[in-house]
Design a protein. Structure first.
Length: 452
């Protein structure tokens, strides 16, 4: 096949006018589509007919599956496309296509391959090659089908022979089984006759037992009637006894009610007389006891400063328990100072909830007044929070720190009331100590909360 300088093939010679007078055999057609699907991968999208461009990116197998009919139609109707495919096939199957051009295809070549290449490349006498190859393929297929039919026939004959042999064996087996069944039926018949005799004897025994049962029922009915009469007589006697007992109880209640009424009236009279005498004398309520008149030295009251001088370590949680045991003690907690000492990696909201939960338990155990102060100077809006029972929660105002709010709370307490401030801030601790409060470290409170 000659080509133009631009690479496009010339019009084919007059042999291209040859045409098949029958459809391609199915195997030849499938081979043509397979070869075309493989060859399309070497063409550009511009070299493909428009109906085939959508299959350009498909794999060869998918092209055959989804674009087989379109490729077959393009080969038949688009000469330029068929010539491009023929050029690729001549490169891929050079020896076989050269033999086809000479009109002498190899005898060992697959007739389907010969017919498919002849259909696409269109050498001289390609129609005869396709027809001969198609007939050869059909003959080979027929021979293959005949061989398969022979094998199937042999297999069926073997199965028939096996079935006949199995039938003969089965007949003998069935006859033996039938004889055994007959003997078993004879035995069953004898046992059935014996069972019928037993049933008749059982029916006779049943009739006798029914007669005895009727007699026993009659005797039981007579005994029941007699016992019912005795029960009615005993119930009547029990009713008479209950009536007599109720009458005795009523009489006893009436006698006791009169005595109780007399005692109650006498007691009310004495109480009214005593109350009238107290009003008449205008006696004040008793505020002192006899022990208060005896002179002695009373112990002094313990304050947070006194506890500071005891032998407990500043890191011992028992120190905080002693401080919270003081009467009317007020515990002030620098909230974020404690949470950032104990669990700084948690979000602020979870820090607050964890601390307030522990303080609620501590307040319930100690009975102390507990106030927790958080820094609210940078808050754009109030924090939504439900304070736990027994814990007062305060946020400092805008422009005011939590340290300043703690100092104000300490100054607001009356002189002499024990106030304990939890903070590791040295400035806060020194300030509240000057105001009379007892500072303790945040770690001490955290250790105490870990015990709850």
């Amino acid at each position: 096949m000659e080509q133009t300088p631009g690479g496009e093939p010339h019009a084919e010679p007059a042999r291209a006018a040859e045409a098949l007078d029958r459809p391609l055999p199915e195997r030849v057609r499938h081979k043509v589509i397979t070869l075309t699907g493989d060859a399309i991968g070497a063409l550009t999208v511009a070299e493909l007919p428009p109906p085939l461009r959508q299959y350009a990116r498909f794999t060869p197998a998918r092209r055959v599956k989804f674009g087989g009919n379109a490729m077959a139609a393009a080969l038949e109707s688009d000469v330029a496309f068929r010539q491009r495919i023929a050029a690729r096939l001549r490169e891929a199957f050079s020896e076989l296509t050269e033999a086809l051009d000479t009109g002498t295809p190899p005898a060992a070549a697959d007739p389907v391959d010969v017919a498919a290449l002849a259909y696409v490349t269109r050498p001289e006498g390609w129609v005869k090659l396709v027809a001969a190859a198609g007939e050869e393929a059909q003959r080979a297929q027929a021979e293959k089908a005949g061989a398969e039919a022979e094998r199937e026939l042999a297999r069926l004959r073997a199965e028939l022979a096996e079935a006949r042999e199995a039938g003969r064996d089965g007949s003998e087996k069935h006859r033996a089984e039938l004889e055994a069944t007959r003997r078993e039926m004879d035995g069953l018949s004898r046992r059935l006759r014996s069972a019928l005799s037993d049933v008749k004897r059982g029916e006779a025994a049943l009739r006798k037992m029914r007669a005895e049962l009727e007699e026993a029922r009659a005797q039981a009915a007579a005994q029941k009637a007699a016992s019912d009469g005795e029960v009615r007589r005993l119930r009547a006697r029990a009713a008479e006894a209950e009536s007599a007992l109720e009458a005795d109880k009523r009489a006893a209640r009436e006698g006791r009610s009169v005595a109780d009424m007399r005692v109650r009236l006498l007691l009310d009279t004495v109480l009214d007389a005593a109350q009238g005498l107290r009003r008449e004398l205008a006696l004040p309520p008793t505020a002192h006891h006899p022990a208060d008149t005896v002179e002695a030295v009373e112990p002094g009251r313990m304050s947070p400063k006194d506890i500071a001088h005891r032998a407990l370590s500043e890191e011992d949680p028992a120190l905080l328990d002693q401080l919270l045991a003081l009467p009317q003690v007020h515990l002030l907690v620098d909230g974020y100072n404690v949470t950032k000492t104990g669990y700084p990696t948690m979000p602020l909201e979870k820090q607050r909830l964890r601390l307030l939960g522990g303080l609620a338990v501590l307040a319930a155990q100690s009975g102390a007044e507990v106030t927790c102060v958080f820094d609210g100077a940078d808050l754009a809006s109030p924090v939504l929070l439900a304070p736990p029972r027994g814990v007062r929660v305060l946020f400092s105002k805008p422009g005011q720190t939590a340290d300043e709010l703690i100092r104000r709370l300490v100054r607001a307490e009356p002189d002499g009331r024990p106030v304990v401030v939890v903070s590791t801030d040295r400035e806060v601790a020194d300030g509240v100590a000057e105001a009379g409060a007892r500072p303790v470290a945040s770690a001490l409170l955290l250790r105490r909360l870990a015990r709850t």
